[in-house]
Design a protein around this ligand. Structure first.
Ligand code: ADP
Ligand code: MG
Ligand code: MG
Length: 213
């Protein structure tokens, strides 16, 4: 690869912040249907704090794992809201598998995403079907692991996994929320997808092009 793993991490965090910027109003609107309407703003605050932290870490010579850990901590710290804490959990788990030396393999990335998915469920106690970002993250992780295990490149396994996340996020529209703020106005959300699942799928999709570089 022509760039270091840490530089790829920075490019990935930058791509996340950019796609969140593009969809900030839409994510707020979806969250306002049954939640408090702050999902776009919260994701924006978190991802931009993460980008600033990753930039500083890379400039200070940090490796990929440390760069992503700094980004994760800044995201969780600055975002506020449930989704910020959960994105901190996801990114920290991936960072642990990347480490700071060598160039991480597809299996490391898949293991990190799987650990992040398990970590989100342990932290937030949501299960598949509760209408949360877990509904996009679990099929994303499963498809990624399946692809890598069957010998696909990270790029192609990731593309299939992002497609699975997109379909799964769309399918949350039919679900009744059982977790998070949205559960109190649950019936209003029928027909609208879960905002956290939608943003996760958007991010998974945009990261495919970073991996393809
Ligand atoms: P808040 O609900 O605190 O305002 P956000 O609006 O940023 O936070 O995020 C809402 C999203 O967080 C939901 O759409 C859902 O995907 C996710 N979420 C909420 N609670 C949980 C939970 N316990 N486990 C997993 N995801 C959750
Ligand atoms: Mg909200
Ligand atoms: Mg909120």
């Amino acid at each position: 690869a022509s760039r270091t793993a840490a530089a790829t991490v920075l490019a990935a965090v930058a791509a996340i912040a950019a796609v969140v910027d593009e969809h900030v109003d839409e994510l707020g609107r979806i969250d306002a249907v049954a939640g408090d309407g702050d999902h776009g703003i919260g994701m924006q605050r978190g991802s931009h704090a993460a980008l600033a932290a990753a930039t500083a870490a890379l400039e200070a010579g940090a490796g990929a794992g440390t760069t992503l850990t700094r980004a994760a901590d800044a995201w969780a710290d600055k975002a506020g809201g449930t989704s910020g804490a959960l994105w901190g959990v996801i990114l920290r788990a991936v960072a642990r598998e990347l480490g700071d030396t060598g160039s991480p393999a597809g299996a490391d990335v898949a293991a990190g995403v799987a650990a992040g998915s398990a970590g989100v469920m342990a932290y937030g106690k949501a299960e598949p079907g509760d209408k949360t970002l877990v509904d996009a993250l679990v099929p994303f992780s499963a498809a990624l692991t399946r692809g890598i295990d069957s010998g696909s490149s990270l790029r192609s396994a990731w593309a299939e996994a992002a497609e699975a996340a997109t379909v799964a996020a769309r399918d949350t529209a039919d679900l009744l929320p059982r977790m998070g703020r949205a559960r109190t106005h649950g019936e209003h959300s029928i027909g609208t997808p879960d905002p956290g699942a939608v943003s996760l799928a958007l991010i998974a999709t945009v990261l495919g092009s970073v991996l393809a570089d």
